[in-house]
Write a protein that binds this ligand. Structure first.
Ligand SMILES: Cc1ncc(COP(=O)(O)O)c(C=O)c1O
Length: 375
């Protein structure tokens, strides 16, 4: 029998002007963060989102930390985050000395349940940090209503949601601040990297100040620092890749959405499989195509993943809930509550090969093998 090829869960697609721009940066000797591509990438990103300010960082995690610092979050403060998210959302809050407070996911969207926000607020709450999980937009109107009523900032974790829309508006342009990741599996990648965007110019200076070791943003470079800053500067070679990637964002979105439509067509209504949510207010980027392996599938999620791996099909399990993270418990987070929806997602969820370059044949093989595993 012919050997089956390996189908990766996600691979970067670098088919645009990446090499041309990187070559230009290297040829000119501009490889540090001072090069022109950093500014060009930031300007193009701000234009794409139609926001006044975009600031590059070294990762999505750094972007979250920087946004929280620029928002003035610090020790003694609390920030509301979903229990169902990637650990970086929580860690970034911890870096500031503040406490992340968890809210369960909503079964209909897999995102933070806006109806449970009020009960998690305290006089120390300073911000809500919703995460557009796997590219599905959060219910931002409901989140904004709570934020407005209690004078809280909204900081979007849009790491997985470049190009996702909420009621027609791009995710990342909805909160006071928003953070993106350009890790290799992201829709737009620089290998490692991130971006903070702000709707209000007043954050721009702070973001630039703190990301560059609190050197003064303008004026002469005196080696005298008023505050503790960070080195979150993206190098020019990575910004060169980012700019080339951003030029093709619509193509990448089309690829991801085509994958999702094909998966939906083959998997919707199949016994034992729940396909990803798609509520009317969202147009998802489908960063990853996640499914739930229900009990009537006849095989556990972990056994399904193992069988798919044996067939050369790469998958990933869903995130483990924040209230089950030893690091967060040690840090002093309240992990005592019940998070039933998040626990179910964590137990049943996996995502299938979802890269922009996934072929129809590989997608179909993934589905064929998956369906053949049912008992
Ligand atoms: C929701 C979410 N937030 C934050 C991050 C952190 O981004 P990075 O890996 O670039 O630090 C990720 C990364 O995958 C993510 O999925």
């Amino acid at each position: 029998m012919a050997e089956q090829s390996f189908i990766p869960v996600c691979e970067p697609l670098l088919g645009g002007r990446e090499l041309e721009y990187v070559t230009k940066a290297v040829s000119a000797g501009w490889i540090s963060s001072s090069g022109g591509y950093v500014k060009e990438f930031e300007q193009a990103f701000a234009k794409y989102l139609d926001v006044p300010c975009a600031v590059t960082t070294t990762s999505g995690t750094a972007a979250l930390h920087l946004a929280l610092v620029a928002a003035g979050i610090g020790p003694g403060d609390e920030v509301i985050i979903p229990a169902f998210t990637m650990i970086a959302t929580a860690f970034a809050v911890c870096y500031t000395g503040a406490k992340p407070v968890f809210v369960d996911a909503e079964a209909a969207s897999w995102n933070i349940d806006a109806a449970q926000l009020e009960q998690k607020l305290s006089p120390r709450t300073k911000a809500i940090l919703p995460v557009h999980i796997y590219g599905h937009a959060c219910d931002m109107d409901a989140i904004d209503a709570v934020a407005d009523a209690h004078d809280l900032l909204v900081i979007e974790d849009a790491a997985e949601a470049i190009g996702s829309r909420y009621n027609g508006k791009l995710c990342g342009a909805l909160g006071d601040l928003a953070c993106f990741s350009f890790f290799a599996n992201k829709l737009v990648t620089t290998g490692e990297g991130g971006m903070v965007v702000a709707r209000d110019e007043r954050f721009a200076e702070k973001l630039r100040y703190y990301k560059n070791l609190c050197f003064p943003v303008s004026g002469p470079r005196r080696y005298l620092h008023e505050d503790i800053g960070f080195n979150y500067r993206m190098p020019n070679v990575l910004a060169a890749i980012g700019l080339a990637q951003l030029e093709r964002v619509d193509f990448y979105l089309e690829c991801r959405r085509k994958n999702a439509a094909r998966y939906d067509e083959r998997l919707r209504g199949q016994r034992g499989i729940t396909t990803p949510p798609s509520l009317p207010y969202t147009l998802s980027s489908y960063w990853m195509y996640g499914i739930l392996i229900e009990d009537d599938f006849g095989l556990s999620r972990d056994d399904v993943m193992a069988a798919l791996a044996a067939a050369g099909i790469d998958t990933r399990s869903f995130f483990v809930s924040m209230h089950r993270q030893p690091a967060l418990e040690k840090y002093g987070c309240d992990v005592s509550g019940a998070y039933p929806v998040t626990d179910q997602l964590a137990r049943k969820g996996l995502y299938l090969p979802s890269g922009s370059g996934l072929s129809e044949a590989d997608l179909n093989r993934s589905v064929d093998v998956l369906l053949s595993l049912r008992r």
